[in-house]
Design a protein around this ligand. Structure first.
Ligand code: URA
Length: 183
């Protein structure tokens, strides 16, 4: 078995936190495992839990449009989350849940080796970039960590709740597109 399949089967049998109790499906992630660009969200919602696929609900449809707006497709990028099991009532993952699960995400990143990582929303930014990050203030800024260029932008669910944020999100997407073309 290759390392990717090994990791997947390990994650599929995970019971390391309480979120495993309520899940219907593990949402491992999907897309191109050789992607140059990786999106990281917070955690599965209801439709993701039902299907085992990330970002397939309303926010997911908007994410698909965001990806397409920079000339890419979902199949070309990789999409994952901080936690792989749905938190009850879509609450924000607790710190201990996120800190256990992010080890799987780190392994995914190490195998995919994307050039660019986009954190969608505050939870992804907090665990991937810095625990004190403020999405409203610090989005749209590039961070260099090792070989990765990392940026945070609004979560598509936040854009659905507040359309006025879309203009800023578009600025971030343009930066991501130009970085994608240059790396
Ligand atoms: N929101 C997320 O953060 N991730 C998903 O997979 C779906 C909705």
């Amino acid at each position: 078995m290759d390392k990717w399949e090994e990791l997947k089967s390990f994650v599929y049998s995970c019971n390391r936190c309480r979120l495993s109790n309520g899940r219907k499906n593990i949402v491992f992630g999907e897309g191109n495992i050789n992607a140059k660009l990786m999106f990281i969200g917070e955690g599965p919602g209801e439709e993701e839990d039902n299907t085992g696929r990330p970002f397939v609900g309303r926010a997911g449809m908007l994410l698909t449009k965001m990806i397409e707006s920079i000339g890419l497709s979902r199949e070309e990028v990789y999409i994952a989350n901080i936690v792989k099991c749905r938190p009850p009532n879509n609450r924000v993952p607790f710190d201990d849940e996120a800190k256990v699960c992010i080890n799987y995400l780190r392994k995914q990143v190490a195998l995919i080796k994307p050039k660019i990582i986009v954190c969608l929303g505050a939870t992804a930014a907090k665990y991937v970039i810095d625990e004190n990050i403020r999405i409203t203030k610090d989005r749209g800024v590039w961070y260099r960590r090792g070989n990765y260029f990392i940026i945070a932008t609004f979560h598509p669910a936040a854009l659905l709740r507040d359309e006025s944020k879309k203009k800023l999100a578009w600025e971030d997407l343009k930066k991501i597109k130009s970085m994608y073309q240059s790396v």
